[in-house]
Design a protein around this ligand. Structure first.
Ligand SMILES: Nc1ncnc2c1ncn2[C@@H]1O[C@H](COP(=O)(O)OP(=O)(O)OP(=O)(O)O)[C@@H](O)[C@H]1O
Length: 290
């Protein structure tokens, strides 16, 4: 299974045959990764533990550098010069899986303003952006609380706030919803939707197939450090056997949809959230009985 990305799409980043092996390991984490990230999409990156998702993200922001192959942005290979990397990280934001790796200052307000001050923004803009982003992620009441006293969900949202405040063109999130309760997940997704609507391309690595199915409009599947497939959720999740062969479960709604009699579903677009699924099912059953 290897669906090529569509050539007509504009891409934020392209990985060409990227190989990367961590020091003192036997197998490369990326074994010739070729994949493109489409601009203006919500992309989910799927793959089981160790398939290379985090390593791909670290390559995207130049923290790691390919040992062969290249990462291409705006038609040119990334430059790893200090100044160019600083520019890159202003337009490509990465939110780490573990917020402890990201949060360096004492309070959410200090942490979010730090990045903006580093980027040379004036104090008025800093104040306004901090207020905006802390509000969006429901962190206003914790903005002066010591970070070590925050819950994991609050820490994850603070890490996201710091990156969101920079208004990057491309935002990469490494398992942003893991260990979040449904309310925190909703807050985080609402925050993401706001900046997506403002023009940020979003890429999220996740193990949550149900979330990927309802959220993403492009899906990249990694397997053993390579791109196994890239395509629309409809195309990717139609390949039940191929996904199961690499140990990925179908999202529940995709599984249910595919288990309906083909006479009901033929020619219909599979619904991607529970509400649409229920509405469509009752309509199809009504038509079928009449
Ligand atoms: N710092 C490191 N040193 C050595 N090996 C590493 C390091 N980080 C990752 N690896 C190895 O590289 C491979 C890819 O890891 P990576 O973290 O990119 O996968 P992942 O898809 O993000 O996994 P997960 O879903 O568990 O987060 C794995 O085999 C992992 O053990």
């Amino acid at each position: 299974m290897h669906k090529e990305y569509e050539e007509h799409k504009e891409h934020c980043l392209v990985f060409e045959e990227v190989v990367y092996r961590y020091p003192d390991t036997v197998l490369p984490a990326l074994q010739g990764l070729s994949v493109a990230i489409p601009k203006g999409y919500r992309t989910a990156v799927l793959g089981h533990n160790g398939s290379g998702k985090s390593t791909m993200f670290l390559q995207a922001v130049g923290i790691l550098r390919p040992q062969s192959g290249e990462v291409i942005r705006a038609g040119a290979e990334l430059s790893y010069a200090k100044k160019d990397l600083a520019d890159l990280r202003r337009s490509v934001g990465l939110v780490f899986q573990d917020p402890e790796q990201q949060l360096i200052l004492n309070t959410p307000l200090e942490d979010v303003s730090f990045g903006l001050r580093n980027a040379g923004m004036d104090e008025q803009t800093i104040k306004q952006r901090c207020h905006e982003v802390l509000e969006q992620l429901d962190l206003t009441s914790f903005s002066d609380k010591p970070i070590h006293q925050l819950s994991l969900g609050q820490k994850k949202r603070t890490a996201l706030a710091g990156v969101m405040a920079m208004k990057p063109e491309l935002l990469l999130l490494d398992e942003p919803t893991s260990y979040l309760d449904p309310l925190s997940e909703t807050l985080l997704l609402e925050g993401l939707e706001t900046i997506y609507q403002q023009g940020t391309t979003i890429v999220m690595a996740t193990h949550d197939m149900n979330l990927a199915y309802r959220w993403a409009d492009w899906v990249i599947v990694l397997e053993a450090g390579r791109c196994f497939a890239a395509g629309t959720p409809a195309d990717i999740f139609a390949e039940r056997e191929a996904l199961q062969a690499i140990g990925l479960e179908l999202p529940l709604l995709a599984d249910l949809w595919q288990s309906l009699p083909p006479r009901l579903t033929a020619g219909q677009t599979a619904p991607r959230n529970a509400g649409d699924f229920k509405d469509m099912l009752s309509l199809l059953l009504k038509e079928d009985m009449s």
